[in-house]
Design a protein around this ligand. Structure first.
Ligand code: NAD
Length: 433
């Protein structure tokens, strides 16, 4: 099939490349000229394990191309995948201007029937609005099908080739069948439903996962006070098949480009129909507060942080990605700076992205964990990169002014840290806090 992918970000680039690997003829479109020039020159704008090789192989085989010319890409395509961003507006609602802009451009390139699949995360009713918009601009036939995307950054290639399920929302059976057929080589678990339910499945799934995270974080906060260990609690809970063990890791909460914006958007979607989603509002509040637990622990230890030097290990919102959008590190570093601390920051790959948006005269940008710890009054581990847990504790102890480690992701064994002479504090493991 000839496919045009509109929006070449995490979702568009990975799914476009994946369809090329399956043998389709794919052109990825983006209005960001620098991004397309990079890709056309054989470089990759994002860090995603396995992606570079896959892009190179398919580009070389002539199955994967990159362009800024949306019209030309859509004209030659039988199917169009919409994967542009839907960021938050100030009130929390999803901003659909990129999507509407893309549809307007598609309208001018409609030369024959197109199967349009929306992978962008969109509020319930959006695909119906897009259909009406496109129908008002062209007489050519088309279908708009909702195929929400569930890939996770950091394992996007793996998730795309081995999804838990594909959801296809279609209001016309043939269109649903065509979208399902395109995805069938990836999995047999294809759930075909109506468009509105498909749109809702995406938000409900992310909201539920966010709820699990905030739930275990509140349990962790209580564990600290009552003398239980949240790691043990989560392990015991997870053995119950009704609960499951995933997304029960206590820490400083979720971040990234999806959970924060999608939870906010679902609260707004509910609010727009006069329903107050109280549970989800609390999930968001708990998550916002949880990231500052690291700062509270530092303040309990030192009182005033003015003039203190704090090493920050990890800037990405999770390991294996260079994405810093809504990363807990953004708020934690800002809070430390507000309190007058000096920050020594490191991250294996996300440092340039973080620095480009959050530079400050009191941040020293460091090449690795030990360099960041040099002369520090405390280390705060914010992202669970494996290299942080593997650091040589003897050298770390020597590098620091005070041997204090605040572990926001429960990466270290407390006894080992205390044995090495550290004052160690983690999330929800009270005996050692
Ligand atoms: P992104 O910001 O990485 O990429 C979006 C791209 O779209 C940008 O490169 C932008 O330049 C381009 N774009 C915007 N308007 C355009 C237009 N008119 N024509 C061509 N290109 C245009 O976004 P992303 O992280 O890939 O997310 C895309 C969508 O998928 C969002 O709705 C998001 O919620 C959803 N999603 C993301 C993830 C994830 O992990 N990132 C997972 C599941 C779903």
């Amino acid at each position: 099939m000839r496919i045009a992918v509109v929006g070449t970000g995490y979702v568009g680039l990975v799914s476009g490349t994946c369809f090329a690997e399956l043998g389709h003829d794919v052109v990825c479109v983006d209005k960001d000229r620098a991004k397309i020039a990079l890709l056309a020159g054989g470089d990759i704008p994002i860090h995603e394990p396995g992606l570079r090789e896959l892009v190179a192989r398919n580009a070389e085989a002539g199955r994967l191309g990159f362009t800024t010319d949306l019209g030309a890409a859509v004209e030659r395509a039988e199917a169009v995948i919409l994967a542009v961003g839907t960021p938050s507006l100030p009130n929390g609602e999803a901003d659909l201007t990129h999507l509407e802009g893309a549809v307007r451009e598609i309208a001018s390139a409609m030369n024959a029937y197109k199967l349009i699949m929306t992978k962008s995360t969109v509020p319930v009713g959006t695909n119906a609005r897009l259909r009406a918009l496109l129908a008002s601009l062209t007489d050519r036939p088309f279908d708009i099908v909702s195929v929400p995307e569930f890939l996770r950054e950091g394992s996007a290639v793996k998730d795309t080739f081995h999804p838990d399920r594909i959801v296809v929302g279609a209001d016309r059976e043939e269109a649903g069948a065509a979208a399902a057929a395109l995805h069938r080589p990836l999995t047999d678990r294809i759930f075909v439903t109506d468009v509105r339910s498909a749109e809702m499945i995406k938000y409900a799934s992310n909201a539920f996962l966010a709820t699990k995270i905030s739930f275990i974080n509140e349990i962790a906060n209580i564990c600290e006070k009552v003398g239980a260990d949240v790691g043990q609690v989560a392990a015991g809970m997870g053995l119950d098949n009704r609960i499951g063990s995933s997304f029960l890791k206590a820490g400083i909460g979720y971040g990234g480009s999806c959970f924060p914006k999608d939870t906010r958007a679902l609260i707004q979607i509910a609010g727009n129909v006069d329903y107050e989603f109280k549970l989800l509002k609390s999930v968001v509040d708990v998550n916002r507060d949880q990231r500052f637990s690291v700062v509270r622990k530092l303040r309990r230890l030192y009182g005033d942080l003015a003039g203190r030097t704090i090493a920050v290990w990890g800037l990405a919102f999770k390991p294996n990605t260079d994405d810093v959008r809504e990363s807990p590190a953004v708020d934690i570093v800002a809070a430390l700076l507000d309190l007058g601390a000096h920050v020594r920051a490191c991250d294996p790959i996300a440092l340039p992205n973080f620095r480009s948006c959050h530079d400050h005269e009191r941040i020293a940008w460091c090449g690795d964990a030990l360099e960041a710890a040099q002369g520090a009054d405390a280390v705060c581990l914010l992202t669970e990169w494996p290299e942080f847990a593997a650091v040589d504790l003897g050298r770390l102890r020597q590098a620091m002014r005070q041997p204090v480690l605040i572990d926001g992701r429960n990466q270290f064994d407390a006894e080992r840290l205390e044995g090495a002479g550290f004052a160690y504090s983690s999330i929800g493991r009270p005996a050692l806090n």
